[in-house]
Ligand binder design. Sequence first.
Ligand code: NDP
Length: 440
Amino acid sequence: MGEVFTSRLAGFHKKPLADRLGAIARVTHLSAAEMDDLRGDQGLTVEFANQMIENAVGVFSLSLGLGLNMQVNGRDYLVPMAVEEPSVIAAVTFAAKIVRESGGFVAEADDPIMIGQVQVTNFGDPTVATKALVSHKEQLLAVANSFHPSMVARGGGARDIEVRVLPAPEGARGEPLLVVHLLIDTQEAMGANLINTMCEGIAPLVESLTGGKVFLRILSNLADRRLARATCRIPVTALADFDMSGESIAEGIVQASRFAQADPYRAATHNKGVMNGIDSMAIATGQDWRAIEAGAHAFACRDGQYRPLSTWTLEEAHLVGRIELPLALGIVGGPIKIHPQVQAALKMLRVTSARELSMVMAAVGLAQNFAAVRALGSVGIQKGHMALHARCVAVTAGARGQWVEKVADALVTAGHVKVEKAREILASMMRDEPSPVTGT
Ligand code: NDP
């Protein structure tokens, strides 16, 4: 009998690696082979890489960890996260625990509607060209869908067109831009390839309807018809920590949110924190994280000023967090079905649709941000971060196996987390307590 699925795995970070893997296998029911895939033992081979990209010479690895405690819409998720930065996973796990105890995250996501763009030039009168396109909407959609009948068969495909006339960047002397937006339901795929195919497919008809010439035919990464949103609501009293009251921690978080709303310099760093969680999860689940990044930052600028993707307010003695961003994700397509580690990670995550994946990812972004603004608005970020960074510093200084933790602890106690100091500590520890360096 396996254990009941829960993302609340108390003491997980203190367990030896083998015990952690054992616990995950029991909870997730991953097979031995899938656990090997998750560990990376049977991950992407260089032969495989050679078929994925050009000029392949090897396979590049990243650490894979689990964000714990995540509960979204009443369902538990173990969140796979591939990331090189210490503290990201500890932070999201900590934040998710607080939110979980306050009822968990509530999330929702739009239908998977993506935008394909077709740029038209030499079209003459923009009003006439627009009319010609709009009046042939059904024909344009039929032609687009003829390039991907299987997508229509599974309930997706081209749904609508919009025509946009944009001012010429050169001013009055230039031709305005005429851009056809093809709105496409990509179902469980991110959709880039199928969108591009449809955009290229309708180009000749667009040219004949407008008498113009088409140049670009490609998706937009500003996927603002495919937004995901998450919220959480934490009683202020539950925030008390660091010998500070819940009220003062909440005040710090609200001030951090105001700062990011008013100032793009702060908003960029605020959003970097959000993307720490989103990118890590995106990489582990085989998503195109450059596409996600591009969409998130373009969306953050939608009113003309770069703004935070998440906000924090005080409402009836609760701290309320909200996040909204475009998340063009897939559970099929790209490398998803062929990368063994991605497959194992997605199975462990237990999402059954791209929409569900985007809801969890939005919640992860909000959790990551909560951990950051909670620390920033109170005791500062270095205290917690340095304790975790110390292990990296210890390894850089040459510590291995049992020495890593010992040197890291000594660095934190010394309050001086630097490689030189770590070398000194390691040398003196090994002098005092010589013992073989193990790799576990
Ligand atoms: P793929 O073309 O690899 O896969 C999508 C295909 O999967 C669909 O066209 C469909 O093909 C098939 N499929 C099977 N089951 C389903 C289902 N339930 N729902 C939807 N599709 C299904 O990937 P995408 O089109 O998603 O494109 C993503 C890739 O494109 C990423 O690797 C990305 O890096 C890359 N890319 C990104 C760009 C950008 O962001 N600007 C630009 C260009 C490429 P069928 O109907 O034939 O079965």
